[in-house]
Design a protein around this ligand. Structure first.
Ligand code: SF4
Length: 314
């Protein structure tokens, strides 16, 4: 068996920043420490923090007055910020700056009187947060069919935005439908899909023809991980999205000579290495690492933590 290890894979700059923020907040404030939603969409990461005493909540009302809360990498709506302020919470905002950029665009378009078509998945934390910036002005478009049938006047003042973790190909198709129906629509030059999502998809696209089967390390609720598995399947290759290698169905690798391994933007490298070690031990697999693109992106810790860190040292 041969393993092809895709590069780039795994943690992106936003996930690194969010995880480091939570670690730093734990050091500075100890527990109880609350996180609104999962800090990143990855089960092993969330479980590790739960063991350290971090409490993950889905409602701000679950947090006692005056406690400390971290907002996850996916961002929050203004309503959540107001609810936190009402409870006097110390809020640390670990929203990925690339998500914040979409929020800012939504606010600007809404202020300028546009109806915004947000291309994304209903119920995803990021979509809920972005829609909350201008609920009266934003309509969700989830697929080509919705783009083809959304009921709007032909000359409506329209803008589009996208979730950061979509399939690049799906988004292109949806945007093409919108542009055909509403040539006046404005938006980002291409889309808001982030560099990490694009690069991980590009690596799979390039390497999948060489593989018999694809393993994507990541969680079932991780949008960008799901898109990687879908992309492999669209190339007629079986693909398995698992948090850890022992969750693979027993028949998954039967008869496979070449296995492509990648990981979603929130999946820890430790789970990738565990998977490689298993395949090496069980099948005597050889390893070939293939880099499709270099990444040199990093984001600073949230302002609230930087200020406190400086204060503590001073
Ligand atoms: S996947 Fe992209 S948008 Fe999401 S946290 Fe990572 S860099 Fe930010």
């Amino acid at each position: 068996m041969k393993i092809i290890l895709a590069n780039p894979r795994g943690f992106c700059a936003g996930v690194n920043m969010a995880i480091e923020s939570l670690e730093r907040a734990l050091e500075l404030f100890g527990t109880p420490l609350y996180v609104y939603h999962e800090i990143v969409h990855n089960r092993p990461v969330v479980e590790r923090f739960k063991k350290l005493g971090v409490v993950f909540v889905d409602h701000i009302e679950e947090i006692p007055n005056g406690a400390t809360v971290l907002y996850s990498a996916h961002g929050v709506s203004p309503e959540i910020r107001q609810a936190s302020a009402k409870r006097n919470l110390r809020a640390i905002d670990a929203t990925c700056p690339l998500v914040t950029k979409v929020h800012t665009e939504a606010v600007r378009f809404a202020r300028e009187g546009y109806t915004i078509l947000l291309i994304g998945h209903d119920g995803h934390d990021e979509v809920i947060g972005t829609m909350g910036e201008a609920p009266e002005h934003i309509r969700l478009v989830q697929n080509e069919q919705e783009a083809a049938t959304i009921d709007l006047p032909a000359d409506a003042k329209l803008a589009f935005l996208t979730q950061t973790t979509l399939s690049v190909d799906d988004a292109e198709r949806i945007i093409a439908v919108l542009r055909r129906r509403f040539p006046q629509i404005v938006g980002p030059t291409k889309d808001d899909i982030c560099y990490a999502t694009q690069n991980r998809q590009e690596a799979v696209k390039e390497l999948v023809p060489e593989a018999d089967v694809v393993i994507v390390l990541g969680s079932q609720n991780s949008s960008n991980s799901l898109r990687l598995a879908e992309l492999a399947r669209a190339h007629n290759k079986p693909a398995y999205l698992v948090d850890r290698v022992h969750e693979l169905p027993s028949e998954a690798l039967t008869g496979s000579e070449t296995v492509l391994i990648t990981a979603g933007a929130s999946a820890p490298e430790e789970t990738v290495q565990e998977c490689i070690a298993y395949l090496q031990e069980r099948f005597g697999a050889t390893l070939e690492s293939r880099t499709i693109r270099e990444e040199h992106v990093s984001f600073p810790l949230p302002r609230e933590l930087r200020l406190i860190s400086v204060g503590v040292r001073g």
